[in-house]
Structure formats: C-alpha cells, structure tokens
Design a protein around this ligand. Structure first.
Ligand SMILES: Cc1ncc(COP(=O)(O)O)c(C=O)c1O
Length: 473
C-alpha cells in the first residue's frame, strides 16, 4: 500500500469511525452470533496474494462486525464499562501510526517522560498523596501480580527471586471473599499457590472485616507461615464493596505486610472530592491501581499503577542483558522493569489527550452524572413492588432481581432471573451481567458508558420490567 492509497483509505476509515460512533445505537449491544458463526466465514488458509483493502474492509463490516459486542453502546451496562472517547481514539490513531515500542527511555524519551507526568496529573486528580509514583500497566491483574511479586521479594529479602519460592516456606496472601479473582490468579503465577490465599470474611456491606484479617494473620504467624500481602478492594466487582483502608493498613503495619489496593473500577470516582473519604488510611498503602480504561474515557488498555517505593518494584522485576544497556541507564526512567513484559505500547498519549481535551472539571461532571443515574435507577428498583435491590448501590453499580409476589423459592427465583437476563441480552437492546449475592442470583447494572444518558437508563428499566412481567412462569 503506497502513501496515497493509505491516505485514501485512512480518510474513508475516519468517516466510517465517525458514523459508527454517531450511530452505535443501531447495533445490538451484545453480539447476537452463535459460537462458530464467525469462524465459519473465515477461510481456513491465508491468501497467497494480497487482497484489495475494499474487499478486506467489506469483510470487516459483514463478517467481523456482527460478532462484535458494542462496548461503546450507551445501553452497555454489563461487567464494568471499558469506556472510550473521541480524544482517546484520536490518540490511539497516532500511537498506532508511530508504532513505537517504549520499553526504554531511549526507545522513545517522550513516551517515558509523558507517562511519568500524566500519571502524576492523574495522581493529583484522584487525591493520592505525594510519594506515589505511577506506571501504566496493561491491566489491574498485572498490577496485582507486580504487587504480589514485590511483596514476596520484600518479605523474603529478595531470596525467592534467587532460590525459588519453595526455598522460603509458606507465604500468605489475604483478600476478602468478595475480591476479584485476579488476586488468586496472581498468586498462582507468582508461585505462592492458591491455597495460600486466605479469603477474609466480610461485614454486612461486603467489606473486609479488619478483626478477621488480624486473626488470620496471627493464626498464620503462630503456624510458622509468613504473611506477605493484603489485597484490599475499593469497589469489588460483584457489589462494589469498599474495604476500610485504615484498620486494614494498621494491621499491615503491625505485621510488616504489603498493602495493595485494587480500585480497578471505583478509582475513577476518586476524582470527585466527595468520595475521597475512601482513601482514609492511604498512608499505610504500598501500591494502588485503578483503570482509566474502565471509567475514565480512555481506551483499553490503560491501568494506572502507583507504588510508594519504585526501587522495590524494579529490584523485583529487573533483568539486564547486555543488549538492553543504554548510555542513560541510571539517569532516566526505563519502564521496562516496572512491569512483567519488556515491550510497551505508548499508552500515556491517550490519557494525556483525554485529560487535556475534557479538562478535569468536565471529567468530574461525567463521572458524577453516571453516579447520579445509578442513584435514580436504584430508587426506581427499590420502589417497584416486584423488584428488589440485592445490595446497597455502590457509586454507579446496582445489583437487583425480579421478585414477584408469592414466589419465594430461592432456586426458582434464581432460574427466573437467569431467564430474565438471557431474554434481555438476547433482545440486543441492552446488555447486563449476573452476580451472586449471598448465594442468590442477582443482575448487575453498571452505568458508565461515555454516551449513556438518562433516556438510556429509563429505556433499560422499562425493558427490564416489561420483559420480566411477560416471562412465562
Ligand atoms: C475490582 C477489579 N479488580 C480487578 C479487575 C481486573 O481488571 P483487569 O481486566 O484490568 O485485569 C477487575 C475487572 O473488572 C475488577 O473489577
């Protein structure tokens, strides 16, 4: 493809992108294809000769698009959002065009220095104190893995890295029963073993109980094990529970345990000063992560990972073969040793574009609007005689179920709500996901799409009610 051909296609693609974003509501939110539908339309072997871009693009629209779930649809209420925005998309175009691999300062000084600066902006926006240094990871899971590895090394005097985990005896990790599975996955990868992850009981608001944490740590110490890390959550995936950082942090300090905070989704709400109380006890926190790629209008992937002691992280991960040595080493930041992978995308650019294009005040307004919509939706649900909230609303997340009068059998209610969810998602009009609350099936409504307005939430609530009431018994 020569330059002029590229220009022609690029202009056409930008027109398509603009129309897509303007008309995304025309598409079913969740892909409506069956397993294998897309694969059946893909040739078994690659083309021997190059094909015209017109033909490739035609297949993109006819083969690929029907198999896409439209995460940027304003009626996307599933999982947590992965919202994006026009300035973020524009930056991603530039990032793709530059195609820079930013593992070392030298391999793109601007990428490194912009990452450092924009993460410090974000730190200030979220009210994290001075003394936290940021790095962009691909995901919160990677940040949790880095925290577990650093905690492991700090607790073992960097012996596990050298001699292997087996040499240093049982190492224990703590999180609540509500914590995201990324902690267990991290423990598997870090060689700690899932059995050494202790799930701490929660209170009636699903938050980790500090007294139960203290008891578990003491029990493990008495048994000769080494507690290394607590993963506390601000905004659990299921119900958005907030673990109390101060008493958890005090327990960590008493016992010399690393405290990592997983605020993957809820961290974005910290740009609103009214939620800063969640950071009470932050002085005890060693590392903290939240994902602008969830709820801060920045394309996936962009996970902001803050550490109090970057040297500990780098000492844990660094490896220096001759081919990675540069003249500037030691005088600049080389992000290659701040994360598991060596190669790094230029991810700071999109965050910089988003923050500059909207400004902090507008970002605050956008996040606050989502929370206000969820507050309203929770009120509608609570007021409906045949629906109920399954947990207190947390920020922009609501858990509820359909509960018609006279039907009190738990298993039947579960099945009814499962059928309701399937019917809603099959309609293509909205997309929601499920959860279990105290063992019972619940439907999650997570509001956070960039273009979601009140009319979309109203339409969703209307659709939920009419679908539920029309379900055969
Ligand atoms: C609370 C929480 N932690 C961690 C994760 C994992 O996030 P990631 O996909 O960035 O690894 C999620 C995903 O939704 C989450 O909700």
């Amino acid at each position: 493809m020569d330059t002029e051909e590229f220009r022609r296609h690029a202009h056409a693609f930008v027109d398509w992108m603009t129309d897509y974003l303007a008309e995304v509501e025309r598409y079913p939110v969740r892909a409506q294809v069956k397993p294998g539908d897309v694969a059946a339309r893909l040739p078994q072997t690659p083309p021997e000769r190059g094909e015209p871009m017109e033909k490739i693009f035609a297949d993109f629209t006819s083969v690929v698009l029907p198999g896409i779930t439209h995460w940027q649809h304003p009626s996307f209420f599933a999982y947590f959002p992965a919202n994006s925005s026009p300035p973020s998309v524009l930056a991603e175009m530039l990032t793709a065009t530059l195609g820079a691999q930013c593992m070392l300062w030298q391999t793109s000084p601007a990428a490194t220095e912009l990452e450092t600066r924009v993460l410090d902006w974000l730190r200030q926006m979220a009210g994290l104190p001075d003394g936290f240094t940021g790095v962009i990871q691909d995901s919160a899971s990677s940040a949790i893995l880095c925290a577990l590895l650093t905690a492991r090394e700090r607790a073992t005097g960097w012996r596990a890295n050298d001699e292997g985990v087996n040499a240093v005896g049982p190492l224990k990790v703590y999180c609540s029963t509500e914590t995201h599975s990324a902690t267990e996955k991290g423990a598997k990868i870090a060689g700690l073993g899932m059995r050494n992850v202790r799930k701490i009981a929660v209170d009636d608001r699903f938050a980790m109980r500090p007294d139960a944490l203290e008891a578990a740590i003491r029990e493990d110490l008495a048994a000769g094990a080494t507690p290394i890390c607590v993963v506390a959550s601000l905004g659990t995936t299921g119900v958005g529970a907030m673990d109390p950082l101060r008493p958890i942090g005090e327990a960590c300090r008493r016992h010399g345990v690393w405290l990592h905070v997983d605020a993957a989704w809820a961290g974005s709400a910290l740009i609103l000063s009214e939620h800063r109380g969640l950071l009470d006890g932050i002085e005890h926190v060693d590392s903290f992560v939240f994902n602008p790629h969830k709820w801060l209008f920045t394309n996936f992937d962009c996970s902001a990972h803050y550490v109090r002691d970057p040297d500990a992280l780098v000492r844990t991960l660094e490896i220096l073969p001759a081919f990675l040595k540069t003249r500037e080493r030691g005088h600049v930041t080389d992000y290659r040793d701040w994360s598991v992978q060596l190669g790094r995308r230029f991810r700071a650019l999109k965050l910089w574009f988003v923050i500059r294009s909207y400004g902090v005040a507008e970002l605050r307004r956008m996040v606050a609007a989502h929370i206000a919509l969820a507050r309203e939706a929770a009120e509608w649900i609570a007021a409906a005689p045949d629906f109920e909230l399954m947990a207190p609303r947390s920020l922009a997340l609501v858990n509820f179920r359909y509960h018609p009068a006279g039907l009190d059998d738990g298993a039947m209610l579960d099945r009814l709500n499962e059928r309701l969810l399937e019917a809603l998602n099959d309609s293509g009009e909205l997309y929601l996901t499920q959860n279990r609350v105290h063992g019972a099936y619940a439907i999650r409504l997570a509001i956070g799409q960039t273009t979601t307005r009140r009319r979309h939430v109203e339409a969703a609530w209307e659709k939920i009610q009419t679908t539920a009431r029309a379900l055969p018994a």
